[in-house]
Ligand binder design. Structure first.
Ligand SMILES: C[S@@+](CC[C@H](N)C(=O)[O-])C[C@H]1O[C@@H](n2cnc3c(N)ncnc32)[C@H](O)[C@@H]1O
Ligand SMILES: Nc1nc2[nH]cc(C(=O)O)c2c(=O)[nH]1
Ligand code: SF4
Ligand SMILES: [Mg+2]
Length: 238
């Protein structure tokens, strides 16, 4: 089994409760959604850009597709890793490949949580789940009811346990509706350790600070709720 990656690099986690933790980032190509705020190209690429020396800005180009052995070897070439971020694109589209990875550091899944069958396949391999909920109003969803069901089923499969952390992250824009967030969070709150409200990075799409603070207040009684913007972009790292 082989798959295509767009890039593989070492940096620190720039989002959510694990901000600052040193990670290898494994970026898969392809996605089943089309979020209007998405900051990442998801198209398939001919080569995988591999930054062998962290922070060097020098990239080797490895021809796609790559085997799980080769990807594990590249990840294991980095030292001091807290975990390995599986991202994309949508990493759960590569559940069979993920199942074959043999990395020394534990796996951290960054997912849109819409592919429950795939979530069930990888659940025992994953130590950290950054479950990025896509709101019903935020994309062109064919079937909002099915979307919500799939989201709940994914969180149930990958829920927080003594061996796995699972938190929910929601990108908030100026068009986000509080009811929309409350509906989804109410349905998954039993499966997560915290809720992260992530204001969208593009200035022109950002919500007002007062809206975020009100939202946070409405959840705080039930769940550890934090407002954390993307931090890696502030200091220009990958
Ligand atoms: C590019 S996605 C890839 C993983 C997966 N498809 C997902 O959406 O979680 C990685 C993370 O970047 C976040 N993200 C993408 N565009 C963003 C933006 N403009 N502002 C803030 N966060 C953004 C996503 O919400 C997600 O948490
Ligand atoms: N530093 C850094 N942190 C991140 N957290 C989530 C990312 C992603 O694109 O999945 C990301 C990323 O691309 N870089
Ligand atoms: S699910 Fe993730 S990768 Fe796909 S479009 Fe949305 S933010 Fe981008
Ligand atoms: Mg990113």
């Amino acid at each position: 089994m082989q798959t295509s990656l767009s890039e593989l690099f070492c940096s620190v986690q720039g989002e959510g409760p694990y901000v600052g933790c040193r990670q290898a980032f494994v970026r898969f190509t392809g996605c089943n959604l089309k979020c209007n705020y998405c900051d990442t190209p998801v198209e398939a690429t001919k080569v995988c850009k591999f930054e062998a020396e962290p922070g060097s800005n020098e990239f080797l180009e490895l021809e796609n597709p790559l085997s799980p052995e080769k990807v594990s070897e590249m990840v294991n070439s980095y030292s001091g890793l807290h975990s390995v971020s599986l991202t994309g694109g949508e990493p759960l589209m590569n559940a069979d490949f993920i199942d074959l990875l043999e990395t020394e550091a534990p796996l951290y899944l960054e997912s849109n949580m819409t592919l429950p069958r795939m979530a069930k396949k990888v659940k025992d391999k994953i130590s950290y789940v950054s479950g990025d909920v896509k709101l019903l109003s935020s994309e062109l969803l064919e079937d909002p009811e099915l979307h919500l069901e799939s989201t709940i089923e994914c969180f149930r499969a990958l829920k927080v346990t003594k061996d796995r952390d699972c938190f929910c992250k929601i990108v908030v824009t100026k068009d986000t509706s509080a009811d929309d967030i409350e509906g989804v969070v109410g349905a998954i709150s039993g499966y997560i350790s915290s809720l992260i409200l992530q204001p969208v990075t593009q200035k022109e799409m950002q919500p007002k600070p007062g809206f975020l603070l009100k939202l946070q207040e409405s959840f705080l009684n039930d769940i550890d709720t934090r407002i954390i913007p993307q931090t890696h972009k502030m200091w220009g790292c990958l």
